[in-house]
Design a protein around this ligand. Structure first.
Ligand SMILES: [Zn+2]
Ligand SMILES: [Zn+2]
Length: 139
């Protein structure tokens, strides 16, 4: 059995443990993720919510977006940590950059590629999904 992987925000006020196995790992290029994280795209690892154990929850601000999703970040240092959306009931998508340990899989796909920043070129051979839902087969 795998031991849990650890992660935290930049300042360490919020830390967490995740029980493996993960469900997926993917790069999201949607504009909401880009804005929320200030990045060209965001790499997420998916888990069931009960696989996440959180410390420092009082430092976590949960922002409810217009799409009904919740984006959570450390209210001390601003690190973006978790995404929970109505489309993925019972799941939490954790920002890979804030996980310290190695997880059980490499990134497996790009999603929302039709929404990607024009200055961000995808240079790998991973499967690409797009369309309005972000997860439709794309060329
Ligand atoms: Zn922090
Ligand atoms: Zn996204």
């Amino acid at each position: 059995m795998n031991s849990p992987v650890k992660g935290s925000c930049l300042c360490g006020a919020v830390s967490f443990e995740l029980a493996l196995p993960s469900k997926f790992c993917a790069h999201c290029h949607c504009s909401n993720c880009r804005r929320a994280h200030g990045a060209a795209f965001v790499t997420y690892v998916g888990f069931r919510q009960d696989q996440l154990q959180l410390s420092g929850a009082d430092r976590l601000t949960r922002y409810l977006t217009e799409t009904g999703a919740t984006r959570s970040f450390c209210n001390r240092c601003g690190s973006t940590l978790f995404y929970e959306g109505p489309r993925w009931e019972g799941e939490v998508h954790v920002v890979l950059a804030n996980i310290e340990d190695e997880i059980d899989r490499p990134p497996g796909a790009h999603v929302y590629v039709d929404h990607r920043a024009p200055w961000c070129e995808i240079l790998d051979e991973l499967p690409r999904y797009g369309g309005e839902t972000g997860t439709e087969e794309s060329r």
